[in-house]
Design a protein around this ligand. Structure first.
Ligand code: BDP
Length: 718
């Protein structure tokens, strides 16, 4: 009897351990490699890939091999194939191989760059599945691509794929501080443990590199754009070198944000004037030192003369002077400068939206050839919706880099399910008209329009120390979609979502479609319940958590909400046409002409460009006020629909993540209502118009919402 009891206890412990091992914490991201349950698919794969031939020598080949092995063992549930040979082989790399030689001869490798080929060749009833590339990193990308096909259970029997990235530098920007906090980070603390570096480089760093390489990201800026000069000291460079060492086999370069005043702060100089020879020499020496520790260092990212950061303007110089000084120092080592165009100078401009263009447009042609100007997707600041930044298409002689924000500073933090693939795509597809119709933002940044070889795209990371990396399980999709679009901006948001769902949740078609619909509609939902019809920058002050359309007196007018919506008893909206700030003139005349008139401005941008009276008809039989009410209520309704869709997936998704998402959706629903009610009550205090019949009344008074205070909100220094 006693023995029986012990056995039971052991059994319970054992089951507990097994359960723990299978608890779904989301840490495997989209690289899960769970055994394929569909026997038909599995048999077909096992037959086609009865053996693997992969001679892995270099560090990159070795990590590709390890990944392939991990993937196939997981997906197939067996290991034998790596040690046997068969007629049906997966053949990787090796240009000495007959089949691959043939591909080279046939011109497949021409201009392949970091790309890869996956081709199935059937000869004499033998199937060879070939993954080949012009270099190691291409091979790694090809391996990940193939694993993606297997994970998402695609037919791989007739593959003939040639893939190469359309953008050269595909970079994550971490706004991580040396003290472990993350500016605008909502997924815990920084994953870089500067204290334990360089000696300690946890597996998490390798997993980070794997995840990024799997979607083609090849660069990582480790520290915040609001940077600390200490990052450039010897001590920290050695720590950075340890991270670079982990990333190197995965084709990921490290970059650092450089503080412009570093020569003063850590160099002991009296000035950081970019035209001062001593300053120039200091940077040359510093860069030389950096490359001693990190021979493949990528370069610097710089935020200068913006929100109090030092820069060349402190010395009466311009952005090109500053960027070129650093570019000169980096040039001998093939390093690049990513100079940000997100600028806020000391004077309050007549329209904040015009500032970057005003400061940068005239500098076109003055930057060295290893400088990229990094431009946010819109002219204000990562809002739920913004028209594309007018600098895209306006600086043909300068390679412009896109900066997207993956972390959801203005989109509900990591609490709200918002699929940013849809937002990114909307921007990339906008037409700048710079070289005629079809000159999309995407073609500007791929270099196609102005013939640039140096190209880039950056995403402000949403990664932190939380087990699932990004806080919200669905926020992983935003990291994923950024990488996929960086590789190929022509992909659709839908196909990326489908891939991600299959890799992350399920291969069941019905479920995939349900989840995809949720994701696609989530972007419009957040716009509707936060900032419909072109409203912008009406979030609560500083931490940006929740609504704050009433924010005024915030240090300077362009930090307030009232500056951006300009609501009064007559109407609402920012007049950026020729009768207002004329920010429209910064766009191509085709766009300016169209948006000059309310009637031809897309409704989604109406209040961005126009002041509109509350009772003005903006659509047949619809006043602005009624349309605004409709959008806010529609946003909340969309969240309810997401909740319903998700509930239908009970049983289809593992319990852990199912529950996690259910709870987060419930919070999102509450917060969406909060946004709706607070904003409508606030705007109603000007419009003096009633809610049309049939709408649920706000739960509280305007005063109640205005008086809400929150403590220790994440993402800022509290
Ligand atoms: C704003 C953020 C701020 C960043 C700034 C930037 O609120 O924390 O430092 O952008 O991009 O969106 O530099």
């Amino acid at each position: 009897m006693k023995i029986h009891k012990i056995n039971l206890l052991t059994l319970i412990l054992l089951l507990g351990t097994i359960f723990m091992a299978f608890a779904e914490d989301g840490s495997r991201l989209w690289l899960r490699y769970d055994q394929i349950q569909n026997q038909q698919v599995l048999m077909a794969y096992k037959k086609q890939i009865a053996a693997v031939s992969f001679v892995a020598n270099s560090p990159t080949q070795k990590v590709a091999y390890a990944e392939l092995k991990k993937g196939i063992v997981g997906l197939f549930g067996q290991d034998a194939i790596f040690s046997s040979t068969s007629n049906n082989t997966l053949l990787i790399g090796d240009s000495s191989n007959k089949e691959i030689k043939q591909l080279i001869k046939a011109g497949y490798f021409k201009d392949l760059g970091e790309g890869f080929i996956i081709k199935v060749v059937i000869q004499n009833q033998m199937t060879k599945t070939i993954i080949a590339a012009a270099n190691d990193v291409g091979l790694l990308y090809g391996t990940f691509h193939f694993l993606k096909l297997l994970q998402s259970q695609q037919d791989v029997s007739k593959l003939n794929i040639v893939e190469k990235p359309k953008i050269k530098n595909r970079i994550l920007n971490h706004w991580d501080n040396l003290d472990g906090t993350v500016e605008r980070g909502y997924a815990g603390t920084s994953i870089w443990d500067w204290h334990k570096l360089p000696g300690y480089t946890p597996t998490k760093y390798t997993d980070y590199a794997r995840a990024n390489a799997s979607i083609g990201i090849n660069g990582s800026v480790l520290n915040n754009v609001n940077s600390n000069s200490l990052s450039l000291t010897k001590e920290y460079l050695i720590k950075t070198a340890a991270i670079a060492h982990v990333f190197r086999p995965y084709g990921i370069k490290v970059y650092l944000s450089a503080r412009f005043s570093a020569p003063i702060e850590i160099g002991g100089l009296k000035t950081a004037d970019p035209l001062n020879p001593e300053v120039q020499q200091w940077w040359k020496d510093k860069v030389k030192e950096v490359y001693q520790y990190i021979p493949d260092f990528g370069g610097f990212l710089v935020k200068a003369n913006s929100e109090g950061q030092p820069g060349p303007q402190n010395y009466g110089r311009n952005h090109a002077d500053g960027a070129n000084m650093l570019a000169t120092a980096l040039k001998p080592y093939n390093g690049i400068v990513m100079w940000r165009a997100f600028v806020y100078d000391d004077k309050v401009p007549d329209d904040r939206a015009k500032q970057a263009y005003n400061e940068f447009k005239s500098l076109d042609g003055q930057f060295m050839d290893n400088v990229l100007v990094q431009v946010k997707n819109g002219a204000i600041d990562f809002q739920p919706r913004e028209p594309f930044h007018p600098l895209f298409g306006a600086m043909p002689k300068t390679p412009l880099m896109m900066e997207f924000q993956i972390t959801q500073e203005y989109l509900g933090f990591s609490t709200h399910l918002v699929y940013l693939g849809a937002l990114f795509k909307e921007v990339l597809e906008e037409d700048t008209y710079s070289k005629g119709k079809g000159s999309t933002v995407s073609k500007v940044i791929t270099g196609e329009i102005d013939n640039h070889q140096l190209t880039g795209i950056a995403g402000v990371a949403n990664i932190g120390s939380e087990a699932n990396w990004t806080g919200h399980p669905f926020a992983q999709a935003n990291w994923y979609s950024f990488g996929r679009l960086a590789w190929n901006p022509d992909l659709s948001a839908e196909e990326i979502a489908s891939d991600w769902i299959k890799l992350t949740f399920t291969n069941d078609n019905v479920a995939v479609n349900e989840i995809k619909n949720m994701m696609i509609s989530s972007r419009e939902a957040v716009v509707d319940y936060m900032t419909p019809l072109g409203l912008h920058h009406i979030m609560a002050r500083n931490h940006h958590y929740g609504p704050g359309p009433w924010v005024k007196d915030a240090g300077r007018p362009d930090w307030t909400s009232v500056y951006y919506h300009k609501a009064d008893n007559i109407g609402v909206g920012f007049n950026r046409t020729s009768t207002g700030s004329n920010a429209l003139a910064q766009y191509h005349p085709e766009i300016a002409k169209l948006y000059e008139k309310k009637e031809t401005t897309p409704l989604k941008y109406l209040l961005w460009f126009h002041r509109v009276q509350w009772n003005e008809e903006i659509a047949p039989n619809k006043t602005l006020w009624n349309a605004m009410v409709e959008h806010y209520y529609e946003g909340v309704k969309s969240v309810e629909e997401m909740q319903n869709k998700w509930q239908k997936l009970d049983g289809e998704i593992d319990e852990d993540r199912f529950k996690e998402v259910s709870q987060l959706l419930a919070v999102q629903h509450q917060e969406a209502k909060w946004w709706r009610d607070a904003c409508l009550l606030y705007f109603q205090s000007f419009s003096k118009l009633p809610l049309p019949a049939g709408y649920e009344k706000p739960a509280h008074s305007l005063e109640f919402y205005e008086q809400q205070r929150f403590y220790f909100v994440p993402g800022i220094k509290n």
